[in-house]
Design a protein around this ligand. Sequence first.
Ligand SMILES: Nc1ncnc2c1ncn2[C@@H]1O[C@H](COP(=O)(O)OP(=O)(O)OP(=O)(O)O)[C@@H](O)[C@H]1O
Length: 688
Amino acid sequence: MLQPGGFKMVASPVVSCNSGFGLGSSGTDGGFKSFYKGSAGNEKSNNEDSEGSSWRTSSGDGFRGRGGRGGSRGGRGGFRNTFKSETDENGNDEGWKAGESRGRGRGGFRGGFRGGFRDGGDEETGRRGFGRETDENGNDEGWKGGEGRGRGRGGFRGGFRDGGDEETGKRGFGRGGFRGQNEEVFSKVSTADKVDQEAGENAGPKVVYVPPPPPEDENSIFSQFATGINFNKYDDIPVEVSGSNAPKAIMTFDEAGLCESLSKNVTKSGYVKPTPVQKYGIPIISAGRDLMACAQTGSGKTAAFLLPILQRFMTDGVAASKFSEVQEPEAIIVAPTRELINQIYLEARKFAYGTCVRPVVVYGGINTGYTIREVLKGCNVLCGTPGRLLDIIGRGKVGLSKLRYLVLDEADRMLDMGFEPDMRKLVGSPGMPAKEDRQTLMFSATFPEEIQRLAAEFLKVDYLFLAVGVVGGACSDVEQTIIQVDQYSKREQLLELLKTTGTERTMVFVETKRSADFIATFLCQEKISTTSIHGDREQREREKALSDFRTGQCPVLVATSVAARGLDIEHVQHVVNFDLPSNIDEYVHRIGRTGRCGNTGRAVSFFNPESDTPLARSLVKVLSGAQQTVPKWLEEIAFSAHGTTGINPRGRLFASTDTRKGGSFRTDEPPPASAPKPAAAADDEEWE
Ligand SMILES: Nc1ncnc2c1ncn2[C@@H]1O[C@H](COP(=O)(O)OP(=O)(O)OP(=O)(O)O)[C@@H](O)[C@H]1O
């Protein structure tokens, strides 16, 4: 039987979709029927009934495959349709990629697996042809479930790999390789290179995705995010540095003492003057001090740590990167999500342009062998998500003896319950210099007090605390609106809202991966070009979704918490909290995807009193802290919530300053009874 929530469908970003839904409005039960109309004119229908799900097209392709029942996902069951990339990337000259695998589809290849089609054929792989395919099947990933994604859901992402995208398709052989079920089969005939063999401890389907290479042309490397009308207002934000002997702030980039290459790169990036977090942060880091810095979303924290680190490397002369079986990076930067760490890497690469410093990025969801090869080519600045970073260190590919900087971006997230063990492992890794012998830097827009206390364990005793504005406060360039709704009117309200936003870029946040798919599909059916990003999507799909959103091909991105932090996407004018998050810091980060770098933005949040009342008080505080109108009804809810339930862990209040000053939780509230829930809902993201 179909389990509740027994389907999963990934909306195609570039298709417009005409659908008939057979779903209850909650979207949790029931059959499903939709019709996809591809850009190439292929029309597909997707139909799942309670037993054997089927998937058929009414297009000329005549595809008719049978997706079996789900059930591999630990009770979620269901059926997951990932035909999106096929339509948009391959539907042009090749026809549906599914066509490659059609016949096999009937064999129930999807039954019980999460995979379904897996096109797997990214451009890189395709270029390398078949030899590469075998190389890459060296089992270095183990089962997907074992990659931090599974969380006990079991199942694996088998299915077909038709290998075909534009590039691959041209090469013939790369297409149509059957990789369903167990990619180990391939590894047995593999001529895997050494790295992949070393990596192959866990047999099972491996991740073959190799991301496209980063841009090489200067224009793309230095593509700028235009500053907005409020950029100069950053100067009015109060700044506080606590701790002893803080160095003086700089007022211009000239005062930062950057070498010529770095200065040039700063100029080419369009940076004319530093933001407050840069004015204070750069000299603190240059002075060799540990730092915990908190500044509002979109205000330039990345450059605040990258520039002084790179400058130090230039002054002291780091070893030019060259191939070695073990790399010894001088800096490690960690961040909680793949897309964010990739963005940081691109920033590092931009600022290091024309120097001998080589940044490298490692994150889950891409081929490990490829990642390791990239690291071994030379690595001064290693950017990574925690899992992959620990993995590569554990494999002995990265030594830590030369490490001078350890940077935790989104540091409060990196130290909350989800990642704290990994961070402890990282600082406890063999060879990791003691905190006295390295410089540890932490950055975020939010820094709850309990996390600050924990963070202090990773820092030297005399670390400096930098607060630009109110710690955890929302960006004041974002106009925040809260609308009271009931659960069942949300979709209609969203539609209404999106009618007013037109083609302006909008991020719609939902609480679960299932709802992300559901809402994205719904919007597609309403002919709104939408894509989605969440932790159940293949990395390739995640990157494609982001890229389609960035370019405006899909002006609406439905996302879970995985996209809440750090992502810097130009022209995002709106954020919609279709579901409010479970804690206030998450809210601050989500709405901070707009209103960046002095630009203005709007955030609209649907407040359902049945589920969101616990957040009311902190919401009121955030709104008033950012000089926003607080609706009367919200104040009333907040007030009564206070009278009846006291503080709620969901509604954790933010700190207003350095905890070393004695703490700043409001004194009229008891401390939270239990540790607050991490930002991501339990049901939700795997962060790495
Ligand atoms: N001094 C500057 N002048 C012009 N643009 C800048 C400057 N500093 C940063 N920017 C740009 O502002 C944007 C936001 O910067 P960044 O992503 O570092 O913000 P952040 O504070 O880390 O945000 P978040 O808290 O969301 O992670 C980026 O596009 C960056 O290139």
